[in-house]
Design a protein around this ligand. Structure first.
Ligand code: ZN
Length: 169
């Protein structure tokens, strides 16, 4: 190799290196994209942004309030860990973490009373999730539409001192 060929060889090596890295990156992207398309859910391509916001308790769980999206009915409350949250955000169906059975529980798989996700929002501290759903049948395992139907307790009702006050403490 003479003095003229040396810079050429160096450039060739550099180009080969750059192309190798580019092809490797492209291959990785293609594999991930193919996986996402095959799984029928493009959102799996990256973690849903909401996951990063979630503030779990010491047990790695957060409570999820489930509400019928159009009527506003409060249907039930369940617990989710990070994976249950990810599934709920990406699969269109509500998945809980069952604390008693220590397993994932996709609502409706055994009862047929599925919850189809319509939207979701964290509360101000991101330690509680509200999931608005389309509920098939009854949300409660006892057969009632919501977990709160027919379970009223006696309370001493309060009333604001001045109804025209309008200030809520
Ligand atoms: Zn219930």
């Amino acid at each position: 190799m003479n003095a003229n060929q040396r810079p050429k060889a160096r450039r060739l090596l550099l180009e080969t290196l750059i192309l190798t890295v580019l092809y490797a990156a492209l291959g990785k992207v293609c594999t991930m994209l193919a996986h996402s398309v095959l799984s029928g859910n493009l959102i799996l391509f990256w973690p849903p942004a909401g996951l990063a916001l979630a503030a779990f308790n010491a047990d790695g769980l957060l409570p999820a309030v489930i509400q019928q999206w159009d009527t506003g009915e409060v249907l039930m409350l369940g617990w989710m860990n990070e994976e249950a949250l990810r599934r709920t955000f990406t699969e269109g169906r509500v998945t809980f973490w069952s604390r008693s059975r220590q397993e994932y529980w996709r609502k409706g798989d055994t009862s047929g009373h599925a919850q189809y996700v319509h939207g979701a929002a964290f509360d101000c501290d991101a330690d509680t999730l509200l999931v608005q759903v389309d509920q098939v049948g009854g949300a409660c395992h006892t057969g009632t539409r919501t977990c709160f139907d027919g379970r009223d307790v006696d309370v001493a009702p309060g009333a604001r001192p001045d109804a025209t006050d309008g200030v809520h403490p």
